[in-house]
Write a protein that binds this ligand. Structure first.
Ligand code: AMP
Length: 189
């Protein structure tokens, strides 16, 4: 099963993607987590992307696409995966279509977490307090939301056109959204 979770920060994507990964036995591939791990490990990639994550801007497509391409070729993803945080713009969405196509796959469903900005912002600020992530200052959170609207939201229409977009009520509770996801996944061919 090849899945994608799509939506703004604070929409609950990461929480639900982790649960999908556990229940369906497919890896949770989160580009933000991969970049933060590279930074924590002090790798060359980490050093290059740290200032970008600290500002809330997007890492250049060639770096992100290459990282995902390598990750998708690892054996644990042969039965599919749940992508989180990628793609974030149309160029990345097209690169993903090409990448999956070249290995004879396509996305089975795009889970779209629709939440009002006010809800996403409030949750993101709360997470910032709890997790203390370095890229979670109020300014960076606001910048990421602006970039979401400018760059990422257009890909919703790209995926709606495939007929595989599954809109979820992201503002509902974790268990309610999970029930919506399970119902949608059970209907997949
Ligand atoms: P996230 O944890 O998904 O909020 O991502 C944290 C940060 O990692 C973002 O603000 C970007 O700087 C970077 N990032 C994550 N995924 C991508 C992507 N697909 N394209 C470009 N930058 C990304």
């Amino acid at each position: 099963m090849n899945l994608l979770v799509l939506g703004p920060q604070g929409a609950g994507k990461g929480t639900q993607a982790a649960r999908i990964s556990e229940e369906y036995g497919i890896p949770h591939i989160a580009t933000g987590d991969m970049f933060r791990a590279a930074i924590a490990n002090g790798t060359e990639l980490g050093q290059k992307v740290k200032p970008i994550l600290d500002s809330g801007e997007l890492v250049p497509d060639e770096i992100t696409v290459a990282m995902i391409q390598e990750r998708l070729s690892e054996p644990d993803g042969e039965g599919g995966s749940v992508l989180d945080g990628f793609p974030r713009n149309l160029a990345q969405a097209e690169a993903l279509d090409t990448m999956l196509g070249s290995i004879g796959r396509s996305l089975d469903a795009i889970l779209f977490f629709d939440v009002p900005d006010s809800v996403g912002l409030e949750r993101a600020l709360k997470r910032a307090e709890i997790e203390g992530r370095a890229d979670d200052t109020p300014e960076v959170i606001a910048r990421r939301l602006a970039i979401y609207h400018e760059e990422t939201e257009p890909i919703v229409e790209h995926y709606r056109a495939t007929g595989k977009l599954v809109p979820l009520h992201g503002e509902r509770s974790v268990d309610e959204v999970w029930a919506e996801i399970v119902a949608a996944l059970e209907q997949l061919p």
